[in-house]
Design a binder for this molecule. Structure first.
Ligand code: HEC
Length: 114
């Protein structure tokens, strides 16, 4: 009995990262309500690789504007999504994304938004 249970457990563990790594689903459930054309957050089309806080059509917080010299590299996106108020003290975006795999998947998806 234990061998079958172990096989089932191993199969379900193997399936978990694939589910967790669906960046589009994560984006749609955790980001889109503010970033999908609502006035709450800036649009994110083209954000990967762009200058931080650079959209003329959004009124950024002083906290994020203080980082405007920088670029949204993978490392900066990861740091921001992991701990927004640590990356940019005073930012109005409070939500963070855990675990690491989910951030990686979301960043991968952001790169597809043109
Ligand atoms: C509750 C609303 C809200 C949610 C949910 C949200 N954000 Fe934000 N986001 C904001 C706001 C507001 C800003 C602007 C922050 C500022 O000006 O300090 C922002 C800024 C950003 C920026 C910087 C954009 C730029 O032009 O420099 C990125 C990247 C970003 N969010 C990614 C995400 C991702 C990815 C998710 C989902 C995991 C997410 N956000 C979820 C409200 C939200």
């Amino acid at each position: 009995v234990s061998r079958i249970a172990f096989a089932a457990l191993a199969a379900s563990l193997a399936a978990t990262p694939a589910l967790a790594a669906d960046g589009e689903t994560l984006f749609n459930t955790q980001c889109k309500m503010c970033h999908g054309g609502s006035v709450m957050g800036p649009k994110l089309e083209g954000v990967a690789g762009a200058k931080i806080a650079a959209r003329p059509d959004f009124n950024y917080s002083p906290g994020l504007k203080a980082k405007a010299d920088g670029t949204w590299t993978d490392a900066n996106l990861d740091a921001f999504l992991k701990a927004p108020t640590t990356f940019a003290p005073g930012t109005r975006m409070m939500i963070s994304v855990q675990p690491d795999d989910n951030r990686k998947a979301i960043i991968g998806y952001l790169k597809t938004l043109k």
